[in-house]
Design a protein around this ligand. Structure first.
Ligand code: WTA
Length: 647
């Protein structure tokens, strides 16, 4: 890893809460004596009953137990809202910036409390109680956060569904967790256009396709009228109309579930990753404070969506638990033009900006136009998340957005990890573009080869974690066996991330990307199996194989190989139809970039599709196909190469 080093800015060094020595001291304690380390740091959260037990964890090949702070009781909403009322009632909790440049709102902790408590009382009227599941399919408006917090207040388990998902995908998720209520908005706004959220929910629940759902709560966000089903639908404003703003926070056990979030795996249907209350809150808030070196008066902006884990941990739970001011942005970085991000930074005097490489690359494509007409002088710390950041994009972000004075926290983590795992830390070590650097407290990363042997020193291999940390997912909703199988059976004694990584001569980590069949398209995680199963459900498709290929802006693009059923013509019309099919069945984020029709797919003699070969062809690297001796019919490959689309 030939790496340029960028020093941490001197101004930051004087004031940051960590330096190299302090980091090392805390890290050593966190892994040598996790019990006492977390016993101490668990106190950052307000507990109704203090814990006496700290860590109860075991990573076995067939049995996995993960419990933190087991006998403590608390409430996540209380920690994000009520406990700040004494000293921060008038402080802004949420700054909302609408899709429209003229729309904005400031919500104080006092107002947040009132709104959340009222809405929680509204949910109670609909019969929602501790342990019930509630699906949230919302645009990026403060009400999305109110809805999450109101569920947490009642002890109901929320499952946020990204607002880009289609009706089928909504129904699958709602049915898997058996949600009682779905919370949505009449319409979302993105890039000047309406997003038909309520209509999608209507389609998902039509014909009793989601039998567990007894109410759909609709927040009226725009003037657009929507069809109404008086058996299910209830307006948000009518529901809370006569609700009290007094609603006691339910006493929850540390290990009671806080939320379920569906994410894609390499096989099968999306997995309902389940996080619990105590450990998650401790870990989300602590990472948020240390990684961004949070200060009391900071305006902090994470430009993710609440539909993903980044929005859960770093728009809602982490920042609000820390009493921070968190900015929520409804729109897109390029609307009305590419200066939007920088303009928002200036307008709200943002100090910390946390975004994704795909957004950075989209802006970088326009040269330095994104910085035009803004100073961005308020910025102190930058963050990146969701996919590897290439050094060119890193450089552009550092210089063009950060004026060459703000360190970039390239944070590696996952839906399953609950919070940041490997990251630079302000003032601790010089930065290296493209390197996620060092483990956070309590995280013990390691590299193993394909046989599970631990690799020491400078190496490249599969990234695993050797011991539990408080923010870790505890199970998959309703399927603990799949949880154990997916994450703990590949390499005995380790949690397997599914990612590859390198370690350099300084011991710093660099994430190289997924080593399984999970795609990362514009920072959105998608399983090739999900896209394939959507495709083969089309009557013209006999067989489909989906692989990723390097894409300048999206990081990865989607390349599809399709064999049509006999008697069907593989026309351009069909190609368009299939693209539309995937968009409607799954989500526009899963739109194929290329569909190559092929009379056959490369298979081994035992009938297994050789994806490695398909990936090489999609990447235009067919000169280095590697070993093809196990191919049943080598002529298939020649024809695939000849007709490839990514030239
Ligand atoms: C990838 C997002 C490189 C990785 C928080 C991981 C990254 C997947 C980084 C999880 C990073 C996330 N550098 N790759 N800084 N951050 N990833 O569950 O492949 O949506 O496994 O969680 O994103 O995606 P997820």
């Amino acid at each position: 890893m030939a790496q340029a080093h960028y020093p941490m800015p001197a101004a930051l060094k004087d004031e940051a809460r960590l330096d190299a020595a302090r980091y090392q001291e805390m890290y050593n304690q966190s892994v040598q004596d996790p019990e006492s380390f977390w016993a101490e740091h668990g106190k950052r959260i307000t507990w109704f009953t203090p814990y006496t037990e700290v860590k109860n964890t075991h990573f076995g090949k067939n049995d996995v137990q993960i419990e933190w702070f087991r006998d403590g009781t608390l409430n996540a909403c209380y920690n994000c809202v009520d406990r700040h009322l004494a000293e921060r009632a008038d402080k802004t909790a949420i700054i909302w910036e609408g899709d429209d440049v003229d729309e904005q709102k400031h919500i104080s902790y006092r107002e947040l409390h009132e709104q959340v408590a009222k809405f929680a009382n509204g949910l109670k009227k609909l019969g929602v109680k501790k342990g019930d599941r509630v699906a949230i399919y919302m645009p990026m408006v403060p009400e999305a956060a109110y809805a999450m917090l109101a569920c947490a207040r009642l002890g109901a388990i929320h499952s946020v569904i990204f607002a880009g998902f289609s009706p089928n995908a909504i129904a699958d998720r709602v049915n898997d967790c058996g949600a009682k209520v779905v919370i949505t908005a009449n319409e979302g706004r993105r890039g000047g256009k309406g997003v038909a959220l309520k209509t999608n929910v209507d389609k998902a629940v039509a014909d009793n396709a989601c039998p567990s759902v007894s109410s759909v709560v609709v927040f009226q966000h725009t003037e657009t009228e929507v069809p109404w089903n008086s058996e299910l639908d209830v307006w948000w404003h009518e529901l809370i109309g006569n609700c009290d703003s007094d609603c006691p926070a339910e006493v929850m056990q540390a290990e009671d579930p806080l939320f379920i979030l569906y994410t894609s795996g390499s096989t099968g249907t999306p997995k309902g990753v389940q996080h619990t209350t105590g450990g998650y809150m401790v870990y989300a808030s602590m990472t948020h404070e240390y990684v961004f070196d949070l200060r009391e008066d900071d305006v902090y902006w994470c430009a993710a969506d609440v539909g993903w884990i980044t929005g859960h941990s770093y728009i809602v739970y982490g920042p609000l638990a820390n009493g921070a001011t968190t900015l929520m942005f409804e729109g897109v970085p390029t609307y009305p033009d590419e200066t939007r991000i920088a303009k928002i930074v200036d307008k709200h005097q943002v100090n910390i900006l946390y975004t994704a490489p795909t957004a950075i690359r989209a802006l970088m494509a326009k040269g330095d136009a994104a910085a035009r007409g803004s100073s961005r002088e308020s910025l102190r710390i930058l963050g990146s998340v969701g996919e590897p950041i290439n050094p060119e994009a890193w450089d552009w972000y550092y210089n063009c957005i950060g004026n060459g004075k703000c360190p970039i926290m390239d944070t590696f983590w996952q839906t399953e990890t609950g919070g940041i795992m490997i990251t630079p830390l302000p003032a601790v070590k010089d930065m290296k573009p493209g390197a996620a650097m060092m483990p956070f407290f309590g995280v013990q990363p390691a590299l193993v080869d394909n046989e599970g042997n631990k690799l020491e020193g400078v190496a490249e291999g599969n990234l695993v974690i050797a011991d539990s940390w408080p923010g870790q997912a505890r199970t998959l909703w309703g399927d603990h066996e799949r949880f154990v199988q997916t994450y703990f059976s590949t390499y005995e004694g380790y949690y397997f991330t599914g990612d590859g990584a390198k370690v350099d001569e300084d011991g710093d980590y660099m994430i190289t990307g997924r080593v399984d069949d999970v795609l990362n398209v514009s920072g959105h995680r998608l399983g090739t199996a999900e896209i394939e199963s959507a495709l083969v459900a089309h009557e013209a498709v006999a067989e489909a194989a989906v692989v990723g290929f390097p894409h300048d802006i999206k990081g990865q693009g989607i390349y599809v190989y399709v064999t049509v059923v006999e008697g069907t013509e593989p026309t351009d019309e069909l190609r368009k139809e299939l693209i539309q099919w995937v968009r409607t069945d799954l989500s526009p984020i899963a739109t194929p970039d290329h569909i190559q029709f092929s009379p056959g797919l490369p298979k081994t003699r035992s009938g297994k599709i050789m994806r490695r070969i398909l990936r090489k062809i999609a990447a235009n690297e067919h000169d280095s196909l590697g070993d093809t001796s196990t191919l049943a019919d080598p002529s298939v490959v020649e024809s695939l190469i000849e007709n490839r689309l990514n030239k």
